[in-house]
Design a protein. Sequence first.
Length: 528
Amino acid sequence: MIDKIMSRAAADLPEDPAELRRFVAALAAEVHAKTLLIEKLKMQLAILRRARFGRSSEKLNRDIEQLELLIGDIEEGDAEQQARAEASDSGALSTPPKKPSVRTPLPDHLALETIVHDAPCVCPTCGGTKFGRIGADEREILEYVPSHFKRVRHVREKMSCRACETIVQAPMPTLPIEKGRPGPALLAHVIVSKYCDHLPLHRQSDIYAREGVTIDRSVMAGWVGHMAALLEPLAERIARHVRAGSAIHADDTTVPVLDPGRGRTKTGRLWTAVRDERPYGSTAPPAAFYLYSADRKAERAHALLKDCRGHLHADGYAGFGGLYEADPKTGAPAPLIEVACWAHARRKIYDVHVETKSPAAAQALEMIARLFAIEADIKGRSPAERVDARRERAVPILDELRAFLDATLAKISGKSDFAKAIRYATSRWTALTRYVDDGCLEMSNNAAERAIRPLTLGRKNYLFAGSDDGGRRAAIMYTLIETARFNNVDPEAWLADVVARIADHPINRVDELLPWKWEKAAPQAIAA
């Protein structure tokens, strides 16, 4: 329209004053609309430039990594199903055993550690105590210690009772993968390398090859699948601990997932729920658990937070809305009370400030910074002390900020990005200020955002999950690793010990393997 107007000759302009005023008003409105559009586009461009992380991969490399991950997920899934089938086998007639595969001997150049398992000293048949050695069974497994591989040879002496010739022998320790070669520390290293250090399995295979040990990616994929099945009960126990908290933090992020049937990727979601009561001096162990879903429907958020009661720190995602409402059929109260995040509200104003250098936006940011400074001062104090400090120091700033935002909104265009940022805060004011009167609540949802950050790094490195099952396995592993890190426990040392013990550990005592219990008990980790 503007182009058409500007191309009109001066002679074509209306001569009637009233018509000319209407013409000018229409032109001004059009210019204003174009200005708002330009401002919006510049804002989006600035946000995208700041959000861009790292360099783009070449298409060929990307396609290769997609194929690697797809195959790896399929193999992990097969191994997981096999592990579950073996675990549920109650002694029914089994299928004929497969012909054993011929394995390449472990490299001779690896250091060899020999562990001798002494036979029983008393004959179980006659009670005799004198034995003669008749041989030994040997089995080698491949183990990993930081910086190098080693062979571990288990030797179980066979002893024959001289009184009755009964043969006795120490039992073989249970291995994480009964028919496999990997030791607990090697399995822990592969898992932590993938989900903590963000090294896909095919890259790990290349690294190990440089050390003179050939471990195919498909073999490691099978290991990961077995470990997901073995460790899932521990992840579920962590989830129950998180859900028992009275103030939960929740967030989610996108995960590109391969969709082979359609020849492209789809967008899955990884959700996290965090329990962290350290800011108000609680001794409850911090923990995070993760849940994968193929979409972002509201029921996924509800599944994440099932059985939760109390307060929920979260962003403005509409899917959480139903959790803040009473049941219209039964009249049951809402399970959760919303606590909005000041970091989200601040970020929207900050984006405006970066792009427009607005003095008003800068003033709002300065007031929000003062609020965060108060939180830093009272971190670790008791809930009562935090409430007293907030009422005395934060409430006056909040009142000043609300008045300032309302006054600013009345002066600027309602369609501007600054107006949208202000309305984001003012429309959630009750939820944003709820933290003031409860010392167990936080001003922001940063606890959940910190738990999401490792996922974004992993997404950059392996780009996507190979399948929905791959996303579910990732959720199990992230639950274990991030909870260990929350408790200042080395994830690799803890997992190595847990993997060594969990197969024989009573399921009703799984709490003993939790990272915060493990730290206190300080059990002997896998020998280096």
